[in-house]
Design a protein. Structure first.
Ligand code: DSN
Length: 422
């Protein structure tokens, strides 16, 4: 079955909302979705997310709940935990965090007192709000100190990180982020964390699927705690997990519940279990490798068209484009590309002279297009569309954007998306 998907009860009860869902399904089918933190969850994951498991309250952990009637829910959560432990090779997994930000907040709760120093990559350099950035609770309730990347290379300078860590003595160091196109050197971060006595947290939200599929080194031998969302390259539902060595299990569990959250979202736990099962299949390894191969091919094609890429390319699923040389602001480009059926997000680039709400760059990635089956042979066309879209954005050329939109839709129609087909 392909679009339109049938949602009979929803359509009967609330046709207005059903129409919006149908429109979103069509939009996701027709467009080239390049936001690197997005993906297409499978129909199985979506079905699990929409089950009666959501009717149940389950505060606590399997075998130790504050509500009765957990005969099935306990098994669901145990399954998700066991699959997470097996897939990532960790000693402990907590699958209850509602999403990435609560997961990271739970980490602070477990390992730092309010006012203590925590360290992470600065948001405009590619970090995440919850890595101690000022406007986030993590940067106001704790004392956030921030490292960046070198202006000349776009890469983390480990001498700078070490110097800062030894001077500031943070309780927690976060590595990882949201706009990092290069491999994260977990071993180098671990050495620094050991030297200054900090807990090292690897936030692998963006690359969890790549790690599961063997396309990015694993943080497991190096990090004390691993934080991840489950809906990006991992292709699961909107949710998160915290994984750790056994020695930190109690602290993590206590911080998630009762420290931060109430009842877990059992339907999400179930969908996470399904996604972890899917990620354990051999085909997921092929997927992860293809995501990276596509990103590399796309980066090469963009470089050949004169685009400036932060760090000069990519090792993973993500490309950060600095449009300064093209004299088109990131937001103008992103909005024009959206009109052309190419969905990206505007993004700061390191040392951006422009403001975060009107920055110099756009951030793109290959998880979604790879889920649809596009391969390296398509990346020249994708780069060409981006090039035409950015040029048209600068020239106010709406006709080209309309033409590109039709070309994009034609290709996308030949590559049905998981979740939008049965
Ligand atoms: N909002 C996510 C992203 O787009 O990278 C990070 O949490």
């Amino acid at each position: 079955m392909t679009l339109p998907l049938s949602h009979p009860a929803l359509t009967a009860t609330d046709p207005e909302l059903a129409a919006l869902v149908a429109a979103e399904e069509q939009l996701q089918a027709d467009t080239l979705r390049l936001i690197p933190s997005e993906n297409y969850a499978s129909r199985a994951v979506l079905e699990a997310s929409g089950t009666v498991l959501q009717n149940k309250y389950s505060e606590g952990y399997p075998g130790r709940r504050y509500y009765e009637g957990q005969q099935n829910i306990d098994q669901v959560e145990r399954l998700a935990v066991a699959r997470a432990m097996a897939l990532f090779g960790v000693e402990h997994a907590n699958v209850q965090p509602y999403s990435g930000s609560p997961a990271n907040l739970a980490v602070y709760l477990a390992f730092a007192e309010p006012g203590e120093t925590v360290m992470g990559m600065a948001l405009p350099m590619g970090g995440h709000l919850t890595h101690g950035w000022g406007v986030s609770a993590t940067g106001t309730w704790f004392r956030g100190v921030q490292y960046g990347v070198r202006q000349d290379t776009g890469l983390v300078d480990f001498d700078e990180v070490r110097e800062l860590a030894l001077k500031e003595r943070p309780k927690v160091i976060f590595c990882g982020g949201t706009a990092l196109p290069r491999t994260i050197d977990f071993a180098a971060f671990a050495e620094i964390a050991r030297e200054c006595g900090a807990v090292l947290v690897a936030d692998v939200a963006h690359i969890a699927g790549l790690i599961a599929g063997g396309a990015h080194p694993s943080p497991v031998p190096h990090a004390d705690v691993i934080s991840t969302t489950t809906h990006k390259t991992l292709r699961g539902p909107r949710g998160a997990m915290l994984m750790s060595r056994e020695e930190h299990a109690k602290a993590i569990d206590k911080a998630v519940f009762p420290g931060l959250q109430g009842g877990p979202h059992n339907q999400t736990t179930a969908a996470i279990a399904v996604a972890l099962h899917e990620a354990a299949q051999p085909s997921f390894r092929d997927y992860a490798q293809s995501v990276v191969a596509n990103a590399r091919a796309l980066a090469d094609e963009l470089l050949a068209r004169g685009f400036d890429l932060v760090s000069g390319g990519t090792d993973n699923h993500l490309i950060l484009m600095d449009l300064t040389p093209k004299e088109v602001p990131g937001k103008v480009a992103a909005k024009a590309l959206d009109r052309a059926g190419i969905v990206v997000n505007y993004n700061t680039v390191p040392y951006d002279p422009r403001k975060p709400f009107d920055p110099s760059g756009i951030r793109i990635g290959t998880p979604s297009l790879t889920s649809r089956g596009l391969g390296t042979e398509h990346m020249a066309a994708v780069a060409e569309w981006i090039d035409r879209g950015v040029t048209a954005a600068g020239a106010g050329d709406e006709e080209t954007l309309t033409t590109v939109r039709a070309e994009v839709a034609e290709l996308m129609a030949a590559y049905p998306a998981p979740g939008l087909t049965i």
